[in-house]
Design a protein around this ligand. Structure first.
Ligand SMILES: N[C@@H](CCC(=O)N[C@@H](CS)C(=O)NCC(=O)O)C(=O)O
Length: 328
């Protein structure tokens, strides 16, 4: 774990001293957009037109943010348009690495780098900041298009539609306000909330994060008792963004991040929603519990110094969920 400072790698853990024990996630540095015609998107530069054989995605199978991009890639049928390289699950003194001595870790298919930070240096040899996944890479300009998962899933949702992406709009205009509203509190208190609880280094910081997290899970439980998905009867990006946290919750966050007031399995609607999406074609195959559990339990030496992996709950997401019948 570390970061680049003016192009030099420094092995440092998150600084929580200056924030009263609170974990603060940094802003992503690259915010360009792939668009159908290469015009500029909402942020960043123009020049990233949708094309075949041009873009490459770097992910960790452990990471919930990267997982969003894999879900959208699957739903939109972008597997051949956007190939993927997978980092090793352990993230230690060199950050994410391209070691391929773990099932499903691929190494760096484009440049044979050893470390992910070398890819960041390839894009900017004076980069200062964190070295995170996912990374959407442009092979033509040899640079990072974006390292922000929230933006990458929106590009995948529509930019490649004229190049044969599968039909489906997971950010439809008529639901955008509701999706944005749900995303904002789910991001803050759930997706990032589990990290804020787990990485807190004071009791007060932990208490605040875990209280907000379980208040939001209660709120989500109510919402998912009213309709099948978060914004109604249609699956949207808001569901996918919540889901990557839910699928890691009982196997990791309950124990490793001390999010142990309740398990997702204890909530009727949240657990049904978790199974509902798990059982959609192709989705379960995007989940790699070995990467997930090895990454968290063995990479965060400050909170689990010996790297012992807990036994974990029985994990049967194939049981019927009944939500299709219930919300017909
Ligand atoms: N805002 C980013 C966050 C990505 C992120 O924090 N990824 C984690 C893995 S779960 C990471 O790479 N962390 C490395 C670090 O912080 O040094 C996004 O959503 O794409």
């Amino acid at each position: 774990m570390g970061q680049l400072i003016d192009g030099v790698w420094h092995d440092t853990w998150y600084d929580t001293k200056s924030t009263g024990g609170r974990f603060k996630r940094s802003e992503s540095a690259w915010r360009n957009w792939i668009t159908p015609d290469g015009s500029a998107g909402p942020t960043g530069k123009s020049g990233f037109g949708a094309e075949r054989d041009r873009y490459h995605l770097y992910v960790s199978l452990a990471c919930p943010w990267a997982h969003r991009t894999l879900l959208m890639r699957k739903l939109k049928g972008l597997e051949t348009l956007i190939p993927v390289s997978v980092v090793h699950p352990l993230m230690l003194e060199n950050g994410w690495t391209f070691g391929d001595d773990f099932p499903a870790a691929t190494g760096d298919d484009l440049y044979q780098n050893e470390f992910l930070y070398q890819l960041y240096l390839h894009a900017d040899d004076h980069y200062t900041g964190r070295v995170t996944v996912p990374v959407l890479w442009d092979k033509h300009q040899q640079t990072i298009v974006s390292n922000e998962s929230a933006d990458i899933i929106r590009m995948f949702n529509s930019a490649f539609d004229a190049l044969g992406a599968r039909a489906g709009d997971y950010y439809p205009p008529e639901l955008r306000d509701r999706i944005d509203e749900v995303n904002s509190w789910v991001y803050d208190t759930v997706n990032n909330g589990v990290y804020k609880a787990g990485f807190a280094t004071t009791q007060a910081a932990y208490d605040d994060a875990v209280t907000a997290l379980f208040a939001s899970l209660e709120r989500l439980e109510q919402i998912l008792g009213q309709h099948r998905y978060l914004t109604g009867s249609r699956l949207t990006e808001a569901d996918l963004r919540l889901w990557t946290t839910l699928v890691r919750f009982d196997p990791v966050y309950v124990t490793h991040f001390k999010c142990d007031k309740q398990r997702i399995g204890d909530y009727l609607n949240l657990s049904g929603f978790l199974r509902d999406i798990w059982q959609m074609p192709g989705i379960a195959a995007t989940v790699d519990l070995a990467h997930i559990r090895h990454h968290y339990y063995c990479s965060h030496k400050t909170i689990n110094p010996h790297g012992v992996i807990s036994i974990g709950p029985d994990f049967d997401l194939d049981e019927p969920h009944g939500r299709d019948e219930r919300f017909r």
